[in-house]
Design a binder for this molecule. Structure first.
Ligand code: 5GP
Length: 204
């Protein structure tokens, strides 16, 4: 049966140190019906980041124009920089049947939950505070004070996890990606989205 279904909007949040990008990368290898939405940001590129792959890097003025023109599905400020999701890409890919993954912070996720009630939201949680601290220390050479600041920010973000539809604990990226895969599959089988299939069976 050709289901001809619209793709899902999969919102993924989690603090730095939760391992979001690894889990998302793994999910994208596992499924060919998903794609990743590249965000627009005013943050300058970090070494190794590629325009159009990691982000679309824009000036604050250009960002404001995109926001004013309604070109962003959501946007938020995070640690002094602005981030937003291009609306056109998301809508186009969903119409083509692809589920679109957004890797966004909690304010933006809140806007999506409000404006797109059919969105699926998942919070990626590190397995423990101690493991979160270990990952944050491991990944950068910052001073102790900076690391403490990052840890506090990460914990503040984890405190919002209850606002999401699902929580996936990232002990092991392979297992976490497997859980995301299962969530997406289950969401695609929701009866409310498949009543047209029932009609098709009844009339054929
Ligand atoms: P980073 O600057 O480290 O790449 O990202 C910082 C935060 O911004 C991360 O939590 C990331 O999920 C979030 N982010 C990235 N793109 C977007 C976006 O388009 N919208 C929102 N609201 N957050 C985003």
């Amino acid at each position: 049966m050709n289901t001809n279904e619209k793709g899902k909007l999969l919102v993924i949040s989690g603090p730095s140190g939760a391992g979001k990008s690894t889990v998302i990368g793994r999910l994208m290898e596992m499924r060919d019906d998903v794609c990743f939405s590249v965000s627009v940001t005013t943050r300058p590129p970090r070494p190794g980041e590629v325009e159009g792959k990691d982000y679309f890097f824009v000036t604050p003025q250009h960002f404001q124009e995109l926001a004013d023109g309604g070109y962003l599905l959501e946007n938020a400020e995070y640690v002094g920089n602005r981030y937003g999701t291009p609306r056109g890409y998301v809508e186009q890919r969903r119409l083509e049947g692809k589920s679109v993954i957004l890797d966004i912070e909690v304010q933006g996720a809140g806007q999506i939950q409000k404006n797109c009630p059919d969105a699926v939201s998942v919070f990626i949680l590190p397995p423990s505070g101690a493991e979160l601290e270990r990952r944050l220390r491991h990944r950068n050479t910052d001073s102790d004070e900076k690391i403490r600041e990052r840890l506090l920010q990460a914990k503040r973000e984890c405190a919002e996890a209850g606002k999401y539809g699902y929580i996936v604990v990232n002990d092991d990226p392979e297992a976490a990606a497997g859980q995301l895969d299962a969530i997406l599959t289950a969401e695609k089988c929701r009866a409310a989205d498949r009543l047209n299939l029932v009609t098709e069976v009844l009339i054929s």
